[in-house]
Every structure is written in structure tokens, then in C-alpha cells.
Design a protein around this ligand. Structure first.
Ligand code: DX5
Ligand code: ZN
Length: 220
């Protein structure tokens, strides 16, 4: 099995020390920096825009994994790509013309991901799957970090894993929401290969580096 990738979500970081915290998890062996973009429409919360992505860029050489929880994301793909995003993930629920949006992302020279809310069935992805570099399964309803992992999503992860394997797809299967060292092994067993974690990394009793190592150890 490919090495499991860990993607700390900076939504739980100290925003006043963002560069420092990004550098810390980079040194500690993170694989991606997960950046949660929220617009107050698609989800109730508002977070960050392209200028913050650009500000983070010099603090890490890791891929910036930008999760767009916004309506009409096609309006903002270029600004985020220009800011230094390496992966742009949009929500299928926000994109009636998902094929066009994925093509647009690829034309910008970045990797294209599509995410599913907990209530969205995995077969919504069937027709777009061959074009994707990444599939993101939400295991909480997006909007906030620190929510509880929805166990029922393990079955969805497993179904998508089976579908990707059946097609010989190299698309990464990423899982986001409520992941910690306790449930990470289950997520991997179901078929997740990139694990996003916010509060488990940045809001634990330990340093972010120690928390990241703890999650890595839970997978050995
Ligand atoms: C939720 C975000 C997540 C969030 C994860 O809407 O997409 O990336 O920051 O945080 P935890 O790991 O605390 O659920
Ligand atoms: Zn996210």
C-alpha cells in the first residue's frame, strides 16, 4: 500500500502565527498543507482568501491542498492557483457543471479534486472520476473544525476505494473531518490514503509536531 499522507488543516492553527505553524508541521513530516476556504454561503463560516494562501506559500515546500467550500468556485480558481495552490478541490454540491470546472482547474496546471458532503452519495462521482486527481470524502458537515467523525462514512470511503481500484485509478482518496489518532487506522482500513486533521494536530495538549507523530505512529 502507498504511504499514507497526512494533511494538517490550518483551520485549527493559530492564525496569528500561521507561517510558523505551517513550518512546524512541514519539519515534522506532514505531506500536504490543507487550507480550508469558506465563503459564508456554501457553509456558515468565513475563513481565508487567496492572499492568505500567497502568504503561506513561502513557509513550506509542501503541496498546498486547497479545499474550496464556496459557491460558484469557478470564479476563484485562478486567484487561488496564482496564489500557489497545488491542489484545488471543489464541492460537487456547488457545481452543476462539474466537468467544466474540473477542466478549468487542470488548465491552470494544478491538480483537481472533488469533494462530497456526508449526505451526498458516492455515485454522484461516477461520470467525473476518470478526470480527477483527488476525491475528498467529508466525514463531518463542512464549516468548522473540532466536530465528531461520522462513522457511517466509512462505508462510503470503502465504496469509493473499491471503485477507484476497479478502474485502476491513481486518484488519491482523501478524508476530512473529525480524524484523530484513535480513528485514523479505521479510515485507512476503509481505504483513505490522505488524512486531513485540524484539531487533532493543532488543538491537542501536545505540540503540532508531536501530535502529527502520534497520528503517524497510530498507523504503524
Ligand atoms: C471542515 C474542514 C476540515 C476541518 C478539519 O469543514 O474542511 O478540514 O478543518 O478539522 P477537524 O480535523 O478538527 O475536524
Ligand atoms: Zn477541509
Amino acid at each position: 500500500m502507498a504511504k499514507i499522507k497526512l494533511a494538517p488543516s490550518i483551520l485549527s492553527a493559530d492564525f496569528a502565527r500561521l507561517g510558523e505553524q505551517v513550518a512546524e508541521v512541514t519539519r515534522a513530516g506532514a505531506d500536504y498543507i490543507h487550507i480550508d476556504v469558506m465563503d459564508g454561503h456554501f457553509v456558515p463560516n468565513i475563513t481565508i482568501g487567496p492572499s492568505v494562501v500567497a502568504a503561506i506559500r513561502p513557509h513550506t515546500n509542501l503541496p498546498l491542498d486547497v479545499h474550496l467550500m464556496i459557491e460558484a468556485p469557478e470564479r476563484y480558481l485562478k486567484p487561488f492557483a496564482d496564489a500557489g495552490a497545488d491542489i484545488l478541490t471543489v464541492h460537487i454540491e456547488a457545481c452543476p457543471y462539474i466537468h467544466q470546472v474540473v477542466e478549468q482547474i487542470k488548465r491552470l496546471g494544478v491538480k483537481a479534486g472533488v469533494s462530497l458532503n456526508p449526505g451526498t452519495p458516492p455515485d454522484r462521482l461516477t461520470d467525473i472520476l476518470p478526470s480527477l486527481d483527488l476525491v475528498l470524502v467529508m466525514t463531518v458537515n463542512p464549516g468548522f473544525s473540532g466536530q465528531g467523525f461520522i462513522e457511517d462514512m466509512l462505508d462510503k470511503i470503502a465504496r469509493l476505494r473499491a471503485e477507484l481500484d476497479k478502474r485502476g485509478s491513481t486518484a488519491e482518496l482523501e478524508v476530512d473531518g473529525g480524524i484523530n489518532a484513535g480513528n485514523a487506522p479505521q479510515v485507512v482500513q476503509a481505504g483513505g490514503r490522505v488524512l486531513v486533521a485540524g484539531s487533532a494536530i493543532f488543538n491537542s495538549q501536545q505540540t503540532a509536531a508531536q501530535a502529527l507523530q502520534r497520528m503517524r505512529d497510530s498507523l504503524d
